[in-house]
Design a protein. Structure first.
Length: 95
């Protein structure tokens, strides 16, 4: 597949590519693996002058996602894991 037709190359040329990169970074750090590094490489290859800014966007998005994941674990552990562990006899593990 030629580079010009690849999805990452199309996304790299999109005006909202920075927001897309930030969203992928948050999603990768919070919920599931996302192609953040691949998108970052495509963005840098599309415009090398934006390399430092895009790296900063990816880093900040990843940190924000990590903070969100930490908050989810801190505040939702008892509400989500408690009933599941209670059902299987492991509720004492949360105490």
């Amino acid at each position: 597949m030629p580079l010009g037709r690849a999805p990452l190359a199309r996304w790299a040329g999109h005006p909202a590519a920075g927001a897309l990169l930030a969203g992928f970074a948050v999603a990768e750090a919070t919920v599931f693996p996302a192609p953040t590094e691949a998108l970052l490489v495509a963005l840098v290859l599309a415009d090398r002058r934006r390399a430092a800014r895009m790296a900063l966007v990816a880093t900040l998005g990843s940190v924000a996602g990590a903070a969100l994941g930490y908050a989810m674990g801190t505040f939702l552990l008892a509400e989500v894991a408690g009933p599941v562990l209670g059902r299987y006899g492991g509720a004492d593990a949360l105490a």
